[in-house]
Design a protein around this ligand. Structure first.
Ligand SMILES: Nc1nc2c(ncn2[C@@H]2O[C@H](COP(=O)(O)OP(=O)(O)OP(=O)(O)O)[C@@H](O)[C@H]2O)c(=O)[nH]1
Ligand SMILES: [Mg+2]
Length: 296
């Protein structure tokens, strides 16, 4: 048996969480078109066992996008991502069609580690071949990557060969998790993330950064899970926007979240959502900790 830990890092919005889901073939990490969607390290477990009992277990760690923090929460997110670099056997560094100063910063971090790094150029489905070539060549010239892959996480293109290549890189080791486990996060956490994803998808720019979801009630019965959730926003004016005219937006958020949660839990779901204001919570250690943004 082989096993290892793999960190997925990159700027916000490059497709780290989309790649994690593509590798697992199931959605455990939320993804949106808004930068800074992921706020915690999200662990996804990939296990392949052959008929002869040998195989490989790879624990992928999706991290928040590395960016210049403007709030305590931003600092926490970037710190989570940077710390992941120290704990893994292989690093996947993802870039996409736009390059930013964040990439330079990450490259400097990578130069300070001995851990092998795979460079992944994502979103090839929308990259013209000559642009792909020039991105590829620029990174190849640096001579610091174990391998370079062009993939489309969204379409699953080249994802299998990426995984196979990582299997070749990790060493003999134990199974860390049971064969059928795809994440070690509790369902309650996944539920709060689904609600946050739907909220972000329904909102315009700016407000999403100030959204947090707290699960206040979580009662599991045989055929019904009853959930009470609070969407926190930072300003009174944001509360109205989240609720929408005649409550329409909140209803939409609730309905789409409920449907996805029912799929996840395999039960009917009764979901109640309230919207509350917690001013400047992103700069309050107390509130951050309450919403689950604390060091484990
Ligand atoms: N066209 C295209 N879009 C992609 C691909 N992979 C991801 N995206 C899109 O890029 C956006 C960001 O994807 P995420 O997976 O949330 O990105 P992330 O790196 O996890 O972002 P943060 O969590 O904010 O750091 C979403 O709208 C995805 O649908 C891809 O291969 N092709
Ligand atoms: Mg993400």
């Amino acid at each position: 048996m082989k096993s290892g830990f793999i960190g997925i890092i990159g700027r916000p919005n490059v497709g780290k969480s989309t790649l994690l889901n593509a590798i697992l073939g199931e959605k455990i990490a939320i993804t949106t078109d808004k930068p800074q969607t992921t706020r915690n390290s999200i662990r996804g477990i990939y296990t392949r066992i052959d008929e002869d009992g040998t195989g490989c277990q790879l624990v992928f760690i999706d991290t928040p996008g590395i960016h210049k923090p403007r709030t305590k929460l931003g600092g926490y997110m970037t710190e989570m991502a940077v710390n992941t670099l120290k704990e893994v056997d292989v690093i996947i560094f993802i870039v996409d069609d736009v390059s930013g100063p964040g990439d330079q910063y990450i490259l400097e971090l990578l130069k300070q580690t001995e851990t092998p790094v795979i460079l992944v150029i994502n979103k090839i489905d929308k990259l013209p071949p000559d642009q792909f070539r020039s991105i590829y060549d620029a990174y190849d010239e640096m001579g610091m990557f174990h391998k370079i892959f062009g993939i489309s996480a969204l379409q699953g293109k080249n994802v299998q060969s990426l995984v196979r290549s990582i299997e070749d890189m990790v060493e003999e080791g134990p199974m860390f998790f049971p064969e059928d486990m795809i994440t070690d996060h509790p369902e309650k956490f996944l539920v709060s993330e689904i609600i946050r994803e739907k909220t972000l998808l329904y909102l315009e720019d700016e407000i999403p950064h100030g959204i947090a979801v707290d699960i206040e009630r979580y009662e599991e019965n045989k055929n019904l899970t009853s959930i009470g959730a609070v969407i926190y926003c930072e300003k009174k004016s944001h509360k109205g926007i989240v609720i929408g005219k005649d409550g329409k937006k909140l209803k939409g958020i609730g309905k789409s979240a409920r449907m996805e949660i029912e799929g996840l839990l395999g039960t009917k779901v009764y979901l109640e959502i309230w919207v509350k204001v917690r001013e400047n919570w992103r700069d309050s250690s107390f509130s951050m900790s309450e919403f689950g943004y604390r060091k484990e």
